[in-house]
Design a protein around this ligand. Structure first.
Ligand SMILES: [Zn+2]
Length: 704
C-alpha cells in the first residue's frame, strides 16, 4: 500500500499542452526549465498530475475516476510517483521522503563498474553554445533553404547521378584504391566535416523557427563519436516544424552529396577528384544507411515519430511488440498495452524490424570492436556491448516468460507451435550432417595420345579398341624416302669401310686415314639416327592399358602428317578427381569410406584413400565440372584458363576395379564423410563466403 499523502511536485515545473497525438488525444508534457528538458505524459498520467494539488492519493484517484472515463488505481499512481522521483521532478523536503528517494536513486545509480560500462556505451559531452554563430550566419545561410536553391540542387542531383552512371566503372575503380590508412584518416576528417554541417543544418532549422539551441557537442556511442545538437526546445513546435528540424541534417547531407556528385563527374582525375569522391561516398552512405534509419535513435527515428504522431515510438512499439510475442508464443491474453487502432500492426511490425536491425548492427559493431582492439580488451568490450544491448533486454523479457507460460499451459495450439519451433530449431542447429556431396569425374589415371612423329605412309593400323600390353604394335608406318636415304648412307658406309681396310696397302691413302675415319663416324651416326626414326614409325603401346582408336579412319598406303593422332592408350588404373572448397576441405578427413555414384552408368562404388591438395588450384582443368558444362563449379574464363570464383582444392581418390566403360570420363557424385555439422553451419558459411567474394572481407574464424 502506498501512503495516502503524495510528495509535492517541484514548483518551477510547467505542465504544457502539446500536439494531439495519432488518436486525437491531447498530449501533455512537463517542462523542466532548469534542465530545459521535456517529459511527455500519457493521458492517464496527465489527468493524475493535473489533480496532484489535491495532495491526497485517494482523492486524486477518486477525482480521475469520477470526472473522466479512465480507470485509475493505486498502482498507476505509484508508478507515476516513481517516474517523477526518478526524473527529479518532486520537491524533496521531508526527511522520510528524502531517504526514500535517496534509497531509490541509489538503487538506480550504477556502481563504479556500472558507471564505467555506461560511459563506454554512452557518454555525452556538451562542447559549446552555437547561438552566436547561428545569429551571425543566419542571413548567409538562409538562401540555401529557399525553394529555388532546393530545386537547383535537385537538378544538380539528377545531372550528377546521370554522370555517375556514365562513369560507373571509374567510380567503382576509385573504391578499390581508396582503402588504406591514409585515406582512412581522410575519411574520418571528411565525416567530421560533413557531420558538423549536418548538425548546423538542425541548428539553423531550429533557430529559424524560434527555438533556443543551447548546446552542441559529442555523444560517444560504444566509443564511436556522434555529434549532437540540443534542440529539446522544439517540443514546443508543431510536428510539422519538428519534422523539418529533424530532417534538416539529412537535407544538408543530401545537398552536399548532390553537389559533390556533380563536381566529381566534372573534374579530371587527380587529388582533388579523389577528395570529392570521399565526400561523395561518405555523405551518400552516411545519410542513407545511418541517419535516415528509424531503428536507432538518429534523425530518421525522430522524423518518423513526428510523421506517425506517436511520441516515444520505440518504447511504445516495443511494448506492443512484446505483448504480441507473448500472445503468439505464450498464449497470454492480456489486453494490449494501449489502444492504437489501425496503427497497432504497423507499430508491431516496426518493433520486430527494429529488433532484427539492432541485432545485426550490434553484432556487427561487436565484431568490429573485437577485431580493432588488442585482446583481451577487444573480447571484453565486445562482450559488454553484446551483453548490454542484446542479452540484457532479452533477459529482461525472457525471465518473465516461465510464469506467464504457466498461465496458459493447457492450450493445444501453443503445444503445436512450440513443437514446430523445436523441430525447426533442431533441423537448423543439430549437427546431423556428417558428409558433403561433391561432384567429381572418374577417369583413367593416365591417358597417352599416340601421335605421328614423321610424315609417313600408313602400312597397317590396329583399328579395334581393346586391351593392349606394353610394347604391342598399334600402327606400322613407312617412309620410302627415309629408307632410300638409309640405303644410300649404308652404301657410303660400306664404301668407306672398304677404303679404310685398303689404307695399309695404298701409300697416298695413309695421309687421309684420320680424315676418312671421321667421315665414317659421321655416316654411322647418320645411319643410327635414321634407323631410330624408322623404328619410331612402328608405334607401340607405352603402357599396359586400353586402346581407343581415333575417330578418323586411315586407309592403307595413305599419307599422315606429323602430329596426327592414331588413338589413345588409357591406363587400367582409374581415379576420381574433383574440387572441394576451403570449408569442405576443413571438414573432411574421417577415415570412413567415400561413396561414388556415377551420373552416366548405373554404378555405385566405395572409394578409399582420398587425397586433397594443400594448395588451391589456379585454374580448373576438369572442364566437365564447370557450370558451363552442366556442373556445379562457378568459374570465369580468362586468357589463362577457367579461374574458379572461390578457392578450391583438387582431390583425387583411386577408383578400384574396372568400370563398365574403362576409358570413359564420367561425371558423378561423391559422398565424402566429414565431421558433424549442422544446416546452420552450412548456411552461415555460405553467407561468409559470399561476403568474402563480394567485399573481400574475411569473416571466417577458421584457421586455413
Ligand atoms: Zn541529425
Amino acid at each position: 500500500m502506498m501512503e495516502s499523502l503524495l510528495p509535492p511536485l517541484r514548483e518551477d515545473l510547467q505542465l504544457k499542452q502539446s500536439e494531439r497525438d495519432s488518436l486525437g488525444q491531447v498530449a501533455w508534457v512537463i517542462h523542466d526549465p532548469a534542465r530545459n528538458a521535456f517529459f511527455s505524459l500519457d493521458w492517464l498520467s496527465s489527468e493524475l498530475i493535473k489533480r496532484w494539488f489535491l495532495r491526497d492519493a485517494n482523492q486524486v484517484l477518486e477525482s480521475v475516476n469520477r470526472e473522466t472515463t479512465l480507470d485509475a488505481d493505486a498502482q498507476d499512481l505509484q508508478e507515476l510517483t516513481e517516474f517523477l522521483a526518478r526524473n527529479e521532478l518532486l520537491q524533496v523536503y521531508s526527511t522520510a521522503a528524502t531517504d526514500r528517494l535517496a534509497q531509490r536513486s541509489e538503487s538506480h545509480k550504477p556502481g563504479f563498474f556500472g558507471g564505467l560500462f555506461k560511459h563506454y556505451l554512452y557518454l555525452r559531452v556538451p562542447l559549446f553554445n552555437p547561438e552566436p554563430i547561428l545569429r551571425a550566419l543566419t542571413s548567409w545561410v538562409k538562401p540555401l533553404g529557399t525553394s529555388w536553391f532546393q530545386h537547383l540542387t535537385s537538378i544538380v542531383l539528377i545531372v550528377g547521378l546521370f554522370q555517375l552512371g556514365r562513369r560507373w566503372d571509374s567510380f567503382t575503380h576509385s573504391f578499390g584504391e581508396v582503402f588504406n590508412l591514409q585515406t582512412l584518416l581522410q575519411v574520418a576528417l571528411v565525416v567530421a566535416l560533413v557531420k558538423i554541417l549536418h548538425e548546423f543544418g538542425h541548428a539553423f532549422a531550429a533557430y529559424d523557427r524560434g527555438c533556443r539551441v543551447p548546446r552542441m557537442g559529442m555523444v560517444f556511442l560504444v566509443l564511436f563519436p556522434v555529434a549532437y545538437t540540443d534542440v529539446t526546445d522544439s517540443w514546443k513546435l508543431s510536428p510539422r516544424d519538428r519534422m523539418a528540424i529533424g530532417i534538416a541534417g539529412i537535407r544538408v547531407e543530401l545537398m552536399v552529396a548532390a553537389w559533390a556528385t556533380l563536381i566529381w563527374g566534372l573534374l579530371p582525375s587527380g587529388g582533388i577528384r579523389d577528395g570529392v569522391f570521399l565526400v561523395l561516398t561518405v555523405t551518400w552512405i552516411g545519410t542513407l544507411l545511418v541517419n535516415a534509419s528509424p531503428f536507432m535513435r538518429f534523425d530518421g527515428y525522430f522524423v518518423l515519430m513526428d510523421y506517425w504522431r506517436v511520441p516515444n515510438l520505440h518504447q511504445r512499439a516495443g511494448a506492443l511488440g512484446r505483448w504480441w510475442l507473448r500472445k503468439l508464443f505464450l498464449g497470454v491474453d492480456h489486453s494490449a498495452p494501449e489502444y492504437l487502432g489501425g496503427q497497432r500492426n504497423r507499430l508491431i511490425a516496426f518493433a520486430l524490424t527494429t529488433w532484427s536491425y539492432r541485432l545485426i548492427v550490434f553484432i556487427a559493431i561487436a565484431w568490429m570492436v573485437y577485431q580493432l582492439f588488442p585482446q583481451p580488451f577487444g573480447l571484453i568490450l565486445a562482450s559488454i556491448e553484446l551483453g548490454f544491448f542484446i542479452l540484457l533486454p532479452l533477459w529482461r523479457e525472457l525471465r518473465l516468460w516461465p510464469s506467464l507460460m504457466l498461465q496458459s499451459l493447457f492450450k493445444p495450439q501453443l503445444w503445436i507451435l512450440w513443437l514446430c519451433i523445436l523441430g525447426l530449431t533442431t533441423a537448423l542447429l543439430y549437427p546431423y550432417r556428417d558428409s558433403v556431396s561433391v561432384q567429381g569425374v572418374a577417369l583413367p589415371e593416365r591417358e597417352i595420345a599416340l601421335t605421328v612423329q614423321e610424315t609417313s605412309l600408313i602400312q597397317s593400323t590396329k583399328l579395334k579398341e581393346g586391351k593392349v600390353m606394353q610394347g604391342d604394335l598399334i600402327a606400322s608406318l613407312d617412309n620410302p624416302e627415309l629408307r632410300y636415304e638409309l640405303q644410300k648412307l649404308k652404301l657410303q658406309q660400306s664404301k668407306l669401310e672398304w677404303t679404310l681396310s685398303q689404307s695399309g696397302f695404298v701409300a697416298d691413302l695413309l695421309a687421309t686415314e684420320s680424315q676418312l675415319r671421321a667421315e665414317l663416324l659421321g655416316v654411322i651416326q647418320q645411319v643410327d639416327a635414321l634407323e631410330q626414326r624408322l623404328a619410331a614409325l612402328q608405334i607401340r603401346a607405352p603402357i599396359d592399358g586400353y586402346f581407343v582408336p581415333p575417330d578418323q579412319h586411315f586407309a592403307e598406303n595413305s599419307w599422315v602428317s606429323i602430329g596426327t593422332e592414331l588413338g589413345t592408350i588409357h591406363s587400367h588404373n582409374r581415379v576420381v578427381m574433383g574440387y572441394v572448397n576451403s570449408l569442405e576441405r576443413h571438414w573432411i578427413g574421417l577415415d570412413r569410406p567415400i561413396i561414388w555414384e556415377s551420373e552416366v552408368f548405373d554404378e555405385t562404388r566405395i572409394l578409399q584413400g582420398l587425397e586433397v591438395a594443400n594448395q588451391a588450384v589456379e585454374s580448373i582443368e576438369l572442364s566437365m565440372l564447370l557450370k558451363a558444362a552442366g556442373g556445379d563449379l562457378n568459374a570465369r574464363r580468362t586468357s589463362t584458363g577457367w579461374i574458379p570464383d572461390e578457392a578450391v582444392y583438387k582431390f583425387n581418390a583411386p577408383y578400384l576395379g574396372s568400370s563398365t566403360n574403362p576409358y570413359a570420363h564420367e561425371r558423378g557424385r561423391l559422398e565424402i564423410p566429414t565431421r558433424p555439422h549442422s544446416n546452420w553451419m552450412l548456411f552461415s558459411a555460405a553467407i561468409r563466403r559470399q561476403i568474402h567474394q563480394d567485399f573481400g572481407v574475411n569473416l571466417s574464424l577458421l584457421s586455413e
